[in-house]
Design a protein around this ligand. Structure first.
Ligand SMILES: *Cc1c(COP(=O)(O)O)cnc(C)c1O
Length: 314
């Protein structure tokens, strides 16, 4: 049981100063919050979002976790690894028309002892969790149900810790936080943390459709959090939609790694970092401001991406 203390009392993730000409030329200071280094397998914002869920599950006496996600999902990989490390059995309901889909993410999850059940992508998108459990005849007694992406109210306090940690590391809040957005829960958690400062938060949507501003507002309201007006979702950097990419994006990711040593994934962090550099070049950030780019992890996804498209990402 003591093992959960690893989650409760972990040291802060490193805050790395990054030298990059797009920022230094304009009097901007860039820091990368290396949440990708929080844990080798429960990486990035998935650690932040799972933290208080796992603590609650333990307190409520649950020993089983059931969750949902796409076939390459960072959340599925993180939940499986967390289950193994902290002593929960895990079931993952993943998208796939047939069972036995093999890719590096799902092999990893199975290796952690996660039981995988498959359903169509449409089911995963349209059905409620209760409907999915019924459809797949899953016995959920004694199970803690985590939504897709781990995006529930218990995800917010963990993501808020990104703000408190960074503020302590800098000695004051930065002027901007920037994070990639999928469900928007990470941005929502950061927004709750900046409510008392002059700081702003930008969420870079990796999805097409422009609905995330509303989703984040809805999540904040559902969780009883005040929505301050110092955060926003930017919708111009999705590269065509979820998991879509262009050669320009891949070149940026590889170039950024060569210049800074920081690896990025093509689904989330690559797009958020690309956006931040482009915003700097466009003069979006006033001179003298400090920008904290949150490295939300997701590096496990590179193997699956390279397997599908050829070894593009370094
Ligand atoms: C899941 C994930 C996100 C999206 O986080 P949300 O809280 O769903 O917005 C961003 N970056 C990485 C690397 C992720 O794995």
């Amino acid at each position: 049981m003591k093992k959960l203390d690893v989650l409760r009392y972990h040291p802060p993730s490193p805050l790395q100063v990054v030298e990059h000409e797009a920022f230094s030329q304009r009097g901007l200071r860039l820091f990368v919050k290396r949440d990708d280094l929080l844990h080798p397998h429960v990486s990035g914002n998935k650690w932040r979002k799972l933290k208080h869920n796992l603590i609650a599950a333990r307190r409520l006496g649950f020993s089983k976790l059931i969750t949902f996600g796409g076939a390459f999902s960072n959340h599925i990989a993180a939940a499986a690894a967390a289950g193994m490390e902290f002593g929960y059995s895990t079931i993952g309901v993943v998208s796939g028309e047939e069972s036995g889909v093999v890719n590096p993410t799902l092999s990893f999850a199975q290796g952690c002892g996660m039981e995988l059940l498959f359903t169509s992508r449409a089911n995963l998108r349209n059905k409620t969790e209760t409907e999915l459990l019924e459809l797949l005849k899953i016995d959920a007694t004694g199970a803690f149900i985590l939504p897709q992406g781990g995006a529930n109210c218990l995800a917010l306090p963990g993501c808020r810790e990104i703000v408190t940690e960074t503020t302590a590391q800098l000695g004051r809040p930065p002027d901007f936080f920037v994070t990639a957005c999928g469900t928007g829960a990470t941005l929502a958690g950061i927004a709750t943390g900046i409510a008392d400062s002059k700081c702003r938060a930008l969420g870079i949507s990796v999805l097409k459709g422009g609905f995330l501003q509303n989703e984040v507002e809805n999540l904040l309201a559902k969780c009883g959090e005040q929505s301050c007006n110092r955060w926003e979702v930017l919708n111009d950097f999705h590269f065509g939609g979820y998991a879509k990419w262009t050669p320009e994006l891949i070149e940026f990711i590889n170039d950024f790694k060569l210049k800074t040593g920081i690896p990025l994934d093509p689904i989330y962090t690559g797009k958020a970092f690309f956006a931040t550099v482009q915003l700097a070049e466009q003069g979006f950030f006033p001179a003298g401001t400090s920008i904290v780019l949150v490295h939300t992890g997701g590096l496990q996804g590179i193997a699956g991406f390279n397997e599908r498209f050829g070894d593009l990402v370094l």
